[in-house]
Design a protein around this ligand. Sequence first.
Ligand SMILES: Cc1cc2nc3c(=O)[nH]c(=O)nc-3n(C[C@H](O)[C@H](O)[C@H](O)COP(=O)(O)O)c2cc1C
Length: 156
Amino acid sequence: MKTVCLYYSRSGRTGSIMERMADMLDADLLEYTDGKDRSGVKGYVGSCIDSYRPLPQVEIIGGEPDWEKYDRVIVAMPVWAEAPCVVGKAFLKQYSSKLKGDLHLVVTHMSKADYGKAIAKAYAYSAVKPKSYLSLQTKNHDCGAEIKHFVQTLEK
Ligand SMILES: Cc1cc2nc3c(=O)[nH]c(=O)nc-3n(C[C@H](O)[C@H](O)[C@H](O)COP(=O)(O)O)c2cc1C
């Protein structure tokens, strides 16, 4: 199985999780973005506001890959305002119809909650239903065991 992992990360947590996951799966790793500077307090507040505004336009850094190459696509994003972030939802809206492989979602968040229900909200933006999802708490928590378990589940 050839896998591509795609992520958006405002403050680096989702990015480092996906680096670990891509390494375990021997997958390609790509970052997508809406190009907006979301750093610092101003960026945090702007991201909260954007959660209630129309979806932005996103792009994949380095350009769009050849989707035909991949049997599995894992798309990762942080949770903002109790839902997958607008950048992640915009990615699904723009690109999901082009994906050839199975789609899986990863969401990261600060709280201990399982964001299964929130993730389901992202399905509305996707042309294909994700086969599975992983909800990962990132605050003061090493996600190593959960990442490993998710990878093992994928490989079954
Ligand atoms: C604008 C904004 C809203 C957030 N809302 C939530 C939330 O509703 N629930 C939660 O658990 N974490 C929330 N977080 C925390 C992030 O989801 C969490 O820290 C995530 O792992 C950050 O990923 P990143 O470092 O890749 O950007 C929010 C963060 C931001 C910036």
